[in-house]
Design a protein around this ligand. Structure first.
Ligand SMILES: Cc1cc2nc3c(=O)[nH]c(=O)nc-3n(C[C@H](O)[C@H](O)[C@H](O)COP(=O)(O)OP(=O)(O)OC[C@H]3O[C@@H](n4cnc5c(N)ncnc54)[C@H](O)[C@@H]3O)c2cc1C
Length: 428
């Protein structure tokens, strides 16, 4: 019997545990370790922060899910891993593993910008979203200048655009839009970059929408400091603020850094098969994985790791472990890193597709990329969120019909057998 442990029960960890359960059968043990007792659908937090949906709509009880779907369940914060002894340490338990999937997401590097997270809000965790919501109600009662954006090094811009454009729509609904000056401040080189350069139509559509909604934009911006009433940039400019929501740059979880498993920022260096470069029993999935930004921008930015890419990685890691264990007689796979993101922008939305997100290093080209605008994006996003929560309740990772749907509707493939050239490099 193999002991397979998954650390993290987010958009990567929970589907990975379900996929493992599906492949491995009851003779192998699948254990899910998570700091919190709830699964949170993180993309839903933008609307929690604006008071549009209650937090419990985007959460599920992990203990119940684990019991229902025959997973071992450990609630605890992982403090350290000893990869040589193959042991995980939480405050009150040691857990041995034969295979390990790390899907622990990221931590917010608030300390890199003085005042970030102190005088600004975030939508990245349930606690932050609830605090942002209370402050939003207070702000709407006493409106002033609204600043939204991202810190230097950030790689996740979609939620900042969603927040600023949904907040703008909310202010109009409340009849107070004319009392609020809105500014979007970003390290992106242009509006609509979102950490992925040259997506066809992304710039035109996103810039156009920001102009339509009279939102001022500052690009190539390096936020240097946030004080109770101002935001300062490295170039000397500063802006008044009564409410600020700034996304921090990410770093890997602390246990990854202290266990010597990550790069300088604590992200896991993995092979294309998602296996750790140094420890073959460890796999990385989702935001915890190192993916370098290929676009050299004036202000550094990261590469976004979308939810759907994360799920594809979860599926691949589980598949490859099942192959390694001899349970699955199929070739090892790699994720294609083809990304689809539905962004809800008030009364309309924009879908961004980059297949794959990292262009071919030789040609500098992608298979294809495009952005499309319409209210249908909001319907698609709401339906997908509902579908995602239902499949988590039913213990499904990435079922065949979802893969087929993504292929038929958007031309996306999520994984493929290890290509021959990669096979030679990584020696599998
Ligand atoms: C506000 C926001 C909105 C977003 N919107 C979208 C969107 O619309 N579409 C899209 O495609 N993507 C979106 N994303 C990106 C998407 O949320 C991520 O791709 C996804 O959450 C990554 O999944 P993950 O499993 O890597 O990390 P997470 O979902 O963050 O899960 C990490 C898990 O690890 C656990 N953990 C961390 N440290 C430890 C520890 N030491 N011990 C035990 N457990 C630990 C956490 O508690 C959590 O359960 C958004 C991201 C944010 C922040």
């Amino acid at each position: 019997m193999a002991r397979v442990v998954v650390i993290g029960a987010g958009l990567g960890g929970l589907p990975a545990a379900y996929e493992l359960r599906h492949y491995l059968g009851q003779e192998h043990q699948v254990t899910l370790v998570s700091e919190f007792s709830q699964f949170t659908f993180i993309p839903g937090l933008v609307h929690v922060a604006l008071g549009h949906v209650p937090l419990d709509r985007v959460q599920l009880d992990l203990g119940q899910l684990a019991r229902r779907h025959k997973l071992e369940w450990v609630q605890g914060k992982v403090e350290r891993i000893d990869p040589l002894k193959k042991c995980i340490y939480t405050a009150d338990r040691d857990l041995a593993y034969d295979y390990l999937i790390i899907a622990s997401g990221s931590e917010l590097a608030n300390d890199l910008v003085p005042g970030l997270g102190v005088y600004s809000h975030s939508v990245c965790t349930p606690v932050h979203a609830l605090a942002a919501k209370d402050a939003w109600e207070e702000f709407c009662a006493h409106p002033g200048d609204l600043l939204v954006g991202a810190a230097p090094g950030a790689g996740c811009f979609g939620p900042a655009y969603e927040f600023v454009l949904s907040a703008e729509a909310d202010l109009r609904r409340r009849g107070i839009r004319d009392r609020v000056q809105i500014t979007y401040i970003t390290p992106e080189p242009y509006i609509g970059h979102l950490g992925i350069a040259q997506v066809h139509q992304a710039r035109q559509l996103t810039e156009g929408l920001m102009q339509e909604r009279h939102i001022s934009t500052i690009t190539n911006a390096e936020i240097k400091e946030i004080t109770p009433d101002r935001v300062y940039l490295a170039d000397g400019r500063s802006f008044k603020q009564a409410y600020t929501m700034v996304l921090a740059s990410f770093r890997g979880a602390e246990f990854v850094r202290v266990s010597g498993l990550g790069n300088a920022k604590g992200f896991l260096p993995v092979l294309p098969t998602l296996r750790h470069e140094k420890y073959p029993e460890i796999y990385g999935v989702g935001v915890s994985v190192q993916l370098d930004q290929p676009d050299k921008t004036p202000v550094p930015i990261g590469l976004p790791k979308s939810g759907q890419m994360t799920e594809a990685m979860a599926m691949v890691a589980a598949h490859n472990i099942a192959v390694d264990l001899g349970v699955l007689k199929r070739p090892l796979e790699v994720p294609t890193l083809e990304a689809l993101c539905f962004a809800e922008y008030g009364e309309t939305g924009i879908a961004y597709i980059a297949a794959p997100i990292i262009p071919d290093p030789k040609t500098g080209k992608r298979r294809y990329s495009y952005a499309a605008r319409g209210v249908w994006v909001n319907w698609a996003k709401a339906s997908f969120e509902h579908y995602f929560m239902v499949k988590m309740r039913f213990g499904l990772g990435l079922p065949w019909f979802e893969r087929l749907g993504l292929q038929l509707l958007f031309g996306l493939s999520l994984s493929r057998p290890v290509p021959e050239d990669v096979r030679q490099i990584i020696n599998v």
